[in-house]
Design a protein around this ligand. Structure first.
Ligand code: NAD
Ligand code: UGA
Length: 433
């Protein structure tokens, strides 16, 4: 099938490359000229294992191409995926201006090219009712037949290609049965349970999924805070409750709160559109508050040992919002660094992948080190903010010997507490005895 993808970000690129890999002919369009020019030269703007290979192979085979022109993207395609961003506005409401612009541009091209039977698929995460809004915008521009389908995306950054090719489920929502079946058939080579629902239900499934996962994280973080006070171990508690299949073992890792471009945004957006309909989603208010509070606990733990962080040298290990990605959007690490700077601390930072992206969002007062060993020289404290597995293999004995004060706040429970204490660190984990 011939497909156009509007938006060449994480979701657009991974969807486009994967659909090409599945045998479709795909044109990916973005308004960002530099991004498209780089993609044309084979430069992939995001770090995603396996994406390079898919893009290289399918551009080479002529099944995948990039453009800044909607006209060109639409020309041979009959199915069009909207994968543009939906960032939060000040009050948490999703900003749908890019979705509206994409829908209008598609409608105009359908009209100009005298198209028939077009299918518009939303993969961007959009509040319930957006599908109907897209339908309306396109009708203002195009008088022919078309249908709108919601096909929410559940991929995780850092393993997006694997998630796309081996999803837990494929959700397709439309009020047009035929269009839903066409979209489902695009994935026929993928073995995954399919759920066909109406447009609104599909849109809601995406928010409910992200909000539930965020709730699990805030729940276990609160359990961790109680564990610290009563002398229990949260990792073991998580294991113990996770053995019950009704609870499940995933997303029970206590830490410094969830970050990333989606959980914080989507939890707030769901709250906002519920609110807009007159419903106060009280639970999500707490989920958000707990997440904020969890970031603050890192600073509290430092203050337990340092009295004051003013003019202290703090080494922060990890800047990405989680391991295996270079993405720092809404990263708890970035937030913690800003909190420390506000209190007058001097921050040194290291990340194996996210240094460049972090430099773009942090101020110039942060010192970036080439290796954690360098950063530990004369440090007053070390904070682990991202669970990069390689941090486990550092020479912690050497690091301890280089520090001025051996305070170690492990915000991800990455290290062996006993071992760190043996090395002489004043070790603080999350929800550990
Ligand atoms: P992104 O910021 O990586 O990419 C968005 C792209 O859209 C950018 O390249 C931007 O230039 C482009 N764009 C903006 N307006 C446009 C327009 N009018 N026409 C064409 N292109 C336009 O965003 P992302 O992370 O891919 O997220 C996209 C959507 O998918 C969001 O709604 C997000 O919530 C959802 N989502 C993201 C993930 C994820 O892990 N990143 C997972 C599932 C769902
Ligand atoms: C998340 C969802 O997992 C995807 O299904 C969804 O498609 C995506 O959001 C989206 O809508 O964009 P992602 O943001 O890539 O994916 O990252 P996750 O692996 O879910 O982690 C999110 C945050 O929660 C990270 O900061 C991570 O460190 C934190 N987390 C995760 C915990 O603190 N504890 C856990 O047990 C799991």
């Amino acid at each position: 099938m011939n497909i156009s993808i509007i938006g060449a970000g994480y979701v657009g690129l991974v969807t486009g490359a994967s659909l090409a890999e599945l045998g479709h002919t795909v044109t990916v369009m973005d308004i960002d000229e530099e991004r498209i020019a780089r993609l044309d030269r084979g430069i992939i703007p995001i770090h995603e294992p396996g994406l390079n290979r898919f893009i290289e192979k399918n551009t080479g085979d002529g099944r995948l191409s990039f453009t800044t022109s909607t006209e060109q993207a639409v020309r041979d395609a009959d199915v069009h995926f909207i994968c543009v961003w939906t960032p939060p506005q000040e009050d948490g409401t999703a900003d749908l201006s890019a979705v509206r612009a994409a829908a209008r541009a598609l409608g105009r091209e359908f009209s100009a090219q005298n198209k028939k039977d077009q299918i518009i698929v939303t993969k961007s995460t959009v509040p319930v009712g957006t599908g109907k809004m897209i339908q309306k915008i396109i009708r203002e521009e195009f008088k022919g037949d078309y249908a709108v389908v919601s096909n929410p995306e559940f991929l995780r950054e850092g393993q997006a290609v694997a998630d796309m090719m081996h999803p837990d489920r494929i959700v397709v929502g439309s009020n047009n049965q035929g269009a839903a079946e066409v979209v489902l058939s695009l994935y026929e080579k993928i073995k995954a349970p399919a759920l066909v629902v109406d447009l609104e239900t599909a849109e809601m499934i995406k928010y409910a999924a992200n909000a539930f996962l965020a709730t699990k994280i805030s729940f276990i973080n609160e359990v961790a805070n109680v564990c610290e006070r009563v002398g229990a171990d949260v990792d073991m508690v998580a294991e113990g409750i996770g053995m019950d299949p009704r609870i499940g073992k995933h997303f029970l890792k206590a830490g410094i709160g969830y970050g990333g471009s989606c959980f914080p945004k989507d939890v707030r957006a769901l709250r906002q559109f519920a609110n807009h309909e007159g419903y106060d989603f009280k639970l999500l208010k707490s989920v958000i508050e707990v997440n904020e509070q969890q970031r603050a606990t890192v600073v509290e733990k430092l203050l337990r040992h340092l009295d004051d962080v003013r003019d202290k040298d703090i080494l922060v290990l990890g800047l990405a919002f989680k391991a295996h990605t270079d993405d720092v959007r809404e990263s708890a690490a970035i937030d913690i660094i800003r909190r420390l700077q506000k209190l007058g601390a001097r921050v040194r930072a290291y990340d194996p992948l996210a240094l460049i992206n972090a430099q773009r969002v942090l101020d110039e007062n942060v010192t970036y080190v080439r290796h954690p060993h360098d950063g530990s020289e004369g440090a007053d404290a070390i904070v682990i903010a991202t669970e990069w597995p390689e941090f486990r293999d550092l020479d912690w004995k050497l690091i301890k010997s280089k520090t001025r004060t051996p305070v170690l706040v492990d915000g991800r429970n990455l290290l062996n507490a006993q071992e760190m204490k043996k090395h002489g660190f004043k070790y603080e984990g999350v929800g550990r005895k």
